[in-house]
Design a protein around this ligand. Structure first.
Ligand code: ZN
Length: 402
């Protein structure tokens, strides 16, 4: 891939110019039938089109052409990190997403409360999707567990999902899952996949025994399945790489999690796009880089709900004047990947990008959609190039070489 972290770290300079990166999750779409329009093309977006008129458009590849990314790697790419070199495990992401203050030596795993039958077999992998409130009560019951000098923190995430953080000496994150994936099977014993993680597996198995003991007799949640073990990723802070002071405005936990891991200040933004823009206005003076995340374009794409995805794009468009009015020096609007309603899933299609600044070298495009982006002045770039592009448009990168 393209790894620009070292180069950006060397060439970046602080100044008072401001960048706003707006990420509509899963923005890229497809037409439902030949001759039809994509979601972005079907949306009525006068404000985005105005921004396109004064800016430059193009397409980006989150990983490389043909690869479909998850939101985690796709976001790292947007923030300038090679998503193949830097990986963030699911457990770490979940813990960080709920605001748990991780230490760099912690190991985290996702837990599912589950129903276990009399023979020790899993009868419901989600314990009937218990409420988040019930989940929180169970996590309370599992408080204060310490095994062989390792402290274990169990915290609720949502529904039947929780997170367990292991804190102690000599822990590795390379442990296989205990979730057997099928009902009727017994949970698997936790096993290390490499030498540095044997202690973690041993402690985690003892932990599971304590959990089953404390949940004994309860229904429907009388057991826990664990997966997604990982240690804290060794990933440089965004402030060290870019010399910027980044702020994150997002509603969903996983995105706050990624932002926290790379050292962004995360704000509680409310629920709607309008709330997020209000939050941006309130804190605009305090940062020179903002990441504003809109989730529902992706959710509706995954549901196959074309019209609802169009509506979310229009909702962002309606809120856009509030952002433009703050007069950031650089505005970028893009997605982390495509989620066409046609496919009801993430896809490999390149993602529309719009960059607006006084020095962006405008192209002829007057509308923001996939078709206009094909002939836009940015061309087709890897998503990891978008951070250097934003920074250069804000005079935050020095030239390379004499
Ligand atoms: Zn995504």
């Amino acid at each position: 891939m393209f790894d620009y972290i070292d180069l950006m770290t060397k060439l970046s300079v602080a100044n008072d110019k401001k960048i706003v990166l707006i990420v509509m999750d899963g923005l890229g779409g497809c037409e439902l039938e030949q001759g039809g329009k994509t979601e972005l093309a079907a949306a009525n977006t006068p404000n985005l089109d105005e921004l396109a008129k004064g800016g430059v458009c193009g397409l980006s590849d989150p990983i490389a052409p043909g690869f479909t990314p998850g939101s985690g790697p796709a976001h790292l790419s947007l923030f300038g990190y090679d998503p193949i070199r830097y990986e963030i495990g699911r457990g770490i992401l979940a813990a960080s997403g709920i605001g748990f203050e991780l230490e760099r030596t912690d190991v985290a795993a996702r837990g599912n409360f589950a129903t276990i039958g009399d023979g020790g077999e899993v009868t419901d992998r989600r314990a009937g999707r218990i409420s988040t409130e019930k989940n929180a009560e169970l996590c309370e019951l599992l408080g204060g567990i310490e095994i062989d000098g390792v402290k274990i923190f169990v915290k609720p995430v949502k529904d039947h999902r929780c997170v367990a953080v292991f804190r102690g000496e000599g822990l590795g994150g390379d442990v296989a899952d205990s979730d057997p994936q099928f009902v009727g099977k017994k949970p698997l014993k936790l096993a290390a996949r490499s030498a540095g993680s044997e202690k973690t597996a041993e402690i985690a198995n003892k932990f599971i025994e304590v959990v089953f003991d404390r949940l004994k007799g309860l229904q429907p949640a009388n057991g826990m399945l664990m997966r997604g073990f990982d240690g804290f990723p060794s990933i440089p802070k965004m402030a060290d790489v870019t010399k910027m002071n980044p702020g994150c405005i997002a509603v969903y936990p996983d995105y706050k999690g990624i932002a926290r891991i790379i050292g962004m200040q995360v704000y509680e933004a409310g629920e709607t796009v309008a709330d997020e823009v209000e939050c941006l206005k309130e804190n605009f003076a305090d940062h020179d880089f903002f990441y504003l995340h809109v989730k529902k374009t992706d959710s509706y794409g995954e549901d196959g709900n074309f019209d609802a995805k169009v509506h979310v794009i229009e909702e962002l468009d309606a809120a856009l004047p509030g952002i433009v009015g703050l007069k950031p020096d650089v505005i970028m609007v893009t997605g982390d990947h495509s989620t066409p309603a046609l496919l009801k899933s993430h896809s490999w299609h390149p993602v529309p990008v719009l960059l607006n600044s006084d020095v962006c070298r405008r192209d002829a495009e007057t509308r923001f959609d996939e078709l206009a982006c094909v002939s836009g002045g940015l061309g087709r770039v890897p998503s990891v190039s978008l951070m250097p592009l934003m920074m250069s448009n804000a005079a935050k990168l020095l030239k390379f070489g004499a």
